[in-house]
Design a protein around this ligand. Structure first.
Ligand code: SAH
Length: 259
């Protein structure tokens, strides 16, 4: 697909990757370069180099209003890039755009060409830094209960833990959600050995990146913040020492014969 998706107005939902521009794909850069307008949460739009586009920044919680504004701009002929962090389809703006489109009965958006451009997500970046904790089956869960009930999240964590998936938690903690991560870890610990490896990757790919390798028994939820992605190993996940002396976490592809 070319960077330019239509002659008139269009809307492309793109993601800047989890870190700096090294994790921005050439396709994403091309779509942004072809856009006349950038729409997004301030922090994400700021990361995009200025090439003269109109910028429409908003608060992180105003996703539906932002999507409607972007659709309006595209309907009036603008070439709009809606900017997410990481991948735009993973706990991000792409779903907000489709939700807005489905909910509203707006004829004026009928002709807007919409596309989603894939990008690197935080889970890939954190896994790469740690080694290969997602080398076998894994399950991805957002711990944010803003848009779904905690009972649903807790049940998913419990069943995924029981099924021995490695688990990745997006949105692990915030000021408004201080206890959910601790509760999720407890739910996993009911089905996994205390020595099961746990990885915390914070602000990976940025200047203040931090990576911690610990285990379920020693896990401290206070070590995570809003920019952390948490990976809990499966029963087969191992920590080994690499030649550089740093530990690495990986999940073998092969299951033991006696599993
Ligand atoms: N669309 C994004 C996810 C948005 S939800 C993506 O695909 O990565 C926000 C959550 O993503 C954060 O709470 C954190 O769990 C994770 N995250 C985003 N950037 C990160 C980074 N650089 N390092 C670690 N985790 C990150």
């Amino acid at each position: 697909m070319s960077a330019v998706v239509g002659e008139g107005g269009w809307l492309a939902v793109v993601g800047t990757g989890p870190g700096d521009s090294a994790w921005m794909t050439p396709e994403t850069s091309a779509v942004i370069a072809a856009a006349t307008d950038l729409v997004g949460y301030e922090r994400y739009v700021e990361r995009v180099a200025d090439s003269g586009q109109r910028r429409h920044v908003s608060d992180n919680r105003e996703e539906t209003a932002r999507a409607a504004h972007a659709l309006d701009l595209a309907a009036s002929g603008a070439r709009v890039a809606v900017i997410s962090g990481g991948d735009p389809g993973i706990f991000a703006m792409a779903a907000a755009v489709w939700e807005t489109l489905e909910r509203a009965d707006h004829e004026r958006w009928a002709a807007v060409e919409i596309r989603v451009t894939p990008a690197v997500s935080a889970i890939q970046a954190v896994a790469a830094r740690a080694g290969a904790p997602l080398g076998n089956d894994f399950c991805v869960i957002s711990l944010s209960d803003n848009l779904k009930p905690w009972a649903v999240i807790e049940r998913r964590v419990r069943l995924a833990a029981e099924a021995d998936f490695a688990l990745a938690f997006y949105n692990p903690i915030s000021r408004a959600r201080p206890w959910q991560l601790g509760a999720a870890i407890e739910a996993v610990a009911a089905h996994r050995a205390p020595a099961t490896p746990v990885v915390l990757g914070t602000a990976v790919g940025r200047a203040d990146e931090a990576l911690t390798i610990t285990d379920l028994a020693r896990f401290d939820p206070a070590a995570a913040d809003m920019r952390t992605l948490v990976i809990v190993g499966a029963s087969t996940t191992r920590v080994i020492a690499a030649a550089d002396g740093r530990p690495r976490v990986y999940t073998p592809r092969l299951y033991p014969a006696d599993y």
